[in-house]
Ligand binder design. Structure first.
Ligand code: AMP
Ligand code: MG
Length: 496
């Protein structure tokens, strides 16, 4: 069978709108062929959603595509330019080890970036080798898919292939490439790049692109040339981040490296480097070995989001108003909206976790008191809510404390004031409190089996359990166990 024949059977259906932007925004770039590509994991259900045939994706010609050694028909690969604040310091960045193959148009008409991560050097690689190691790519695969299953907007993972090459880190590691699927890869840092190194016209071009692609409801406003559309874009982007960060907080997800280049305008979670899920509840939790100041600690995530969005707003200033002072005032007002939007989304989510259908003024205090108790007693975040869901009230670390009985009495009284039946309440709690999260020791165990022993069965089992976090099956119980004391404190590394 000829290559193009096989490719059309695969279902590749590319468009390349990003490649139509001015060349200022990217560099056209072929991937570098790798020695011997081997498919390690393929996300079959995601493939189907994208209109791709999983069996065809497993063929030699498509495994070469997933390794950057061949191109699907219609792809126009490029490396994207962007800048960003990393731990507060502005730097020129860009895709140093990633290639955007193009945009796959799924059967329903939705558009998805297909990006290879670990595909070789680009003009933006700086000192890096452009490559990635198997462990970190599998880690991104596992956690991004877990986030998706938890109902949190995120980039997704289609496949991981090994390259047959060694990447040199502190030691020689097995090279790998992740195929990442995203609504797009336009970052706050892409706007910073345009604002810093381009003209206001470039910022406008990018803003128009983002409106068309992610905020089509603003497109008519943009078409009529009304300047208000850029303020509306800022407001909507703020709203999406407020909603996203609330979802992170509600499952104890800690991103770990919320640099402005790792915040995307689509509102998806992106860049699974040193991220991890919190076990015991503590707002100061940090896992990343490089986050020495705790800048990206769990409890700081909402305020860091505002910091990042402020950098986005700064980039947009020339589009907001001709007078800079006025533009700043408009931006500041929009940014002030974050706190209320975040709080509302978070409170709503917390109410659901506690089985509360209606809103009462005292809910915020009820929730705060629960979190304070959890913090004080080092109670496991996920499992405390599971205990409440299933009435295992003696389980949390604070069981036995009189404050716990007092709190439970207040919670029960609050539930009794609702008209919903206990069954309906439990149902809401079941779908609001995951049975499993990707616990660090479980992820490590799966990665170790894969990387050290070439055994992918541990990871496959973990992926299966994480794919339905609200199923509450007996099989999931062992995955809900928090880590043993010897596995703490857990540390993550950037994994480049
Ligand atoms: P990240 O920490 O993944 O957000 O990456 C930050 C920046 O470093 C981005 O510009 C990446 O493309 C770049 N980068 C990370 N690892 C490598 C690598 N091995 N080679 C080249 N560039 C890299
Ligand atoms: Mg990044």
């Amino acid at each position: 069978m000829s290559q193009s024949n096989q490719n059309s059977q695969t279902g590749w259906n590319f468009d390349n709108t990003y490649a139509r932007l001015p060349e200022f925004f990217f560099t056209k770039q072929e991937a570098k062929p790798v020695r011997s590509p081997k498919l390690i994991v393929l996300n079959e259900s995601l493939a189907v959603e994208l209109g791709l045939d999983p069996a065809e994706l497993r063929s030699e010609v498509n495994v070469a595509v997933l390794a950057g050694s061949g191109l699907p028909p219609g792809a126009e690969p490029l490396a994207q330019a962007y800048a960003g604040h990393q731990f507060g310091y502005f730097t020129m960045l860009g895709d140093g080890r990633a290639l955007l193959l193009g945009e796959q148009i799924a059967p329903g008409g939705d558009r998805f970036d297909i990006q290879l991560k670990g595909s070789g050097r680009t003009p933006y690689s700086r000192g890096g080798d452009g490559r990635a190691a198997l462990g970190p790519m599998l880690r991104e695969y596992i956690i991004s898919e877990a986030m998706h299953a938890l109902g949190i907007p995120t980039t997704r993972s289609l496949a991981v292939v090994t390259t047959g090459e060694t990447v040199v880190r502190e030691q020689g590691l097995c090279g790998a490439i992740l195929t990442r699927i995203a609504a797009s890869h336009v970052r706050v840092g892409t706007f910073q790049y345009a604002a810093q190194f381009g003209e206001p016209a470039d910022v406008r071009t990018l803003a128009d692109y983002v409106i068309q692609r992610h905020y089509p409801q603003l497109a008519t406003l943009a078409d009529t040339g009304k300047d208000g559309c850029y303020l509306a874009l800022l407001r909507e982007a703020i709203q999406r981040q407020a909603s996203l960060i609330a979802k992170w907080q509600l499952v104890g997800f800690i991103h770990g490296v919320m640099n402005t280049d790792n915040m995307v305008l689509s509102g998806e979670t992106i860049d699974y480097g040193p991220c991890a899920f919190m076990d015991a509840y503590d707002p100061a939790t940090v896992f990343s070995s490089i986050d020495r100041q705790g800048r990206y600690a769990y409890g700081n995530q909402p305020s860091i989001a505002v910091w990042n969005l402020s950098r986005f707003a700064e980039s947009l200033l020339p589009l907001l108003h001709d007078e800079e002072e006025q533009a700043v005032q408009l931006a500041e007002e929009a940014l002030k909206g974050f706190a209320g939007q975040f709080e509302a989304a978070w409170l709503q989510g917390m109410r659901s976790k506690l089985g509360l259908f209606d809103e009462q003024a005292e809910d915020a205090v009820l929730i705060k008191d629960l979190l304070d108790l959890m913090h004080q007693h080092h109670a496991d975040f996920t499992n405390t809510f599971l205990a409440l869901t299933f009435g295992r009230l003696e389980e949390p670390a604070m069981a036995g404390a009189s404050e716990w009985s007092d709190w439970l009495a207040r919670w029960r009284a609050r539930l009794a004031g609702q008209t919903e039946s206990p069954e309906t309440v439990r149902e809401l709690m079941r779908r609001s409190n995951p049975a499993v999260i990707p616990r660090n020791h479980r992820v490590e165990e799966a990665l170790e089996a894969a990387v050290e022993r070439d055994d992918y069965s541990v990871m496959q089992r973990l992926l299966k359990v994480l794919a339905q976090p609200f199923a509450h099956t007996p099989e999931q119980a062992e995955f809900a166990e928090p880590p043993a004391a010897c596995d703490r404190p857990y540390r993550t590394f950037c994994g480049t």
